[in-house]
Design a protein around this ligand. Structure first.
Ligand SMILES: Cc1cc2nc3c(=O)[nH]c(=O)nc-3n(C[C@H](O)[C@H](O)[C@H](O)COP(=O)(O)O)c2cc1C
Length: 249
């Protein structure tokens, strides 16, 4: 495992945990500490803890919509995702983002269209430590970074898978830009969150997505370790396929 200086995480983590504990209430399915656990802290978890984390994110709910429209273009299913390349935790410098890998797999399994959220002005550093600082600053400021490109017309989609890396125990702020811009368009649809992470699991993505898009139904999500997405693709593909299949796609 790649060793990191713990001081940045450790220093800012205390504040993050305090804020998260104040804001999370008691309804989190994953417990109060979970949403704030950065990779450094999570790395200290036992294998048993890690397996327990991941088992909590196994899907069980099927979307209640779809009306039998399945597969291929016109399937009524869209995958929206954000992902970074460059240097990432535990995997070194990557050319294909961890979340992008999972998004592709979901797209293939569900016959879905894909839309990647890209920053309008790519201000995110390529080095991991610098990226953590920029991300933390955005989180602290509740920034809403602009994204590039034309978001597809969401009208034909009944089900939208939405995924990103966990950043500091939360969705990256750019995802909230998307949620807030499109909460109305997403009303009445089923949203299914997925994350890649290095220990935090789904990090409350489902609950936070539900708050951001209160008129949507949020299905149970899937959490995949970024390391596995890069290095154990067939096992991840199999998990993704079972998850997607369990929802009737
Ligand atoms: C800014 C930043 C913050 C992160 N915070 C967390 C975290 O709180 N918990 C966690 O498990 N992993 C955390 N990670 C690790 C990423 O979630 C993980 O490497 C992910 O798979 C990266 O996906 P991507 O390649 O699609 O961007 C963080 C990584 C970065 C760059």
């Amino acid at each position: 495992m790649k060793k990191r200086t713990g001081s940045i995480w450790a220093g800012i983590l205390a504040l993050t945990m305090a804020l998260a504990l104040m804001g999370c209430g008691g309804s989190s399915a994953r417990g109060a500490g979970e949403s704030t656990a950065p990779p450094e802290q999570e790395a200290a978890k036992t294998q048993e803890d890690k397996e327990a984390d991941e088992s909590k994110t196994e899907p069980s709910a099927a979307p209640e919509d779809g009306e039998g429209e399945r597969g291929g273009n016109g399937s009524g299913v869209l995958v929206v995702y954000f992902s970074r390349t460059g240097e990432q935790y535990e995997v070194g410098v990557i050319e294909e983002g961890n979340t992008a890998i999972v998004a592709q797999m979901i797209g293939e399994a569900a016959g879905a269209d894909l839309f990647e959220i890209l920053p309008a002005d790519d201000h995110y550093p390529e080095t991991y430590e610098e990226l953590t600082e920029v991300a933390k600053d955005e989180q602290r400021k509740k920034a809403r970074p602009a994204y590039a490109g034309e978001v597809p017309d969401l009208t034909p989609y009944q089900t939208v898978f939405i995924g990103s890396p966990v950043w500091w125990g939360d969705w990256p702020m750019i995802m909230y830009s998307f949620f807030e811009d499109h909460a109305e368009d997403l009303a009445g649809k089923t949203l299914i969150p997925f994350s890649t992470h290095e220990g935090s699991g789904l990090a409350g993505f489902d609950r936070k997505l539900s708050s951001a898009c209160p008129e949507s139904t949020v299905g149970e999500g899937l959490a995949v370790r970024g390391y596995d997405a890069q290095n154990d693709r067939e096992a991840v593909r199999s998990r993704v396929e079972s998850w997607v299949l369990s929802m009737g796609f």
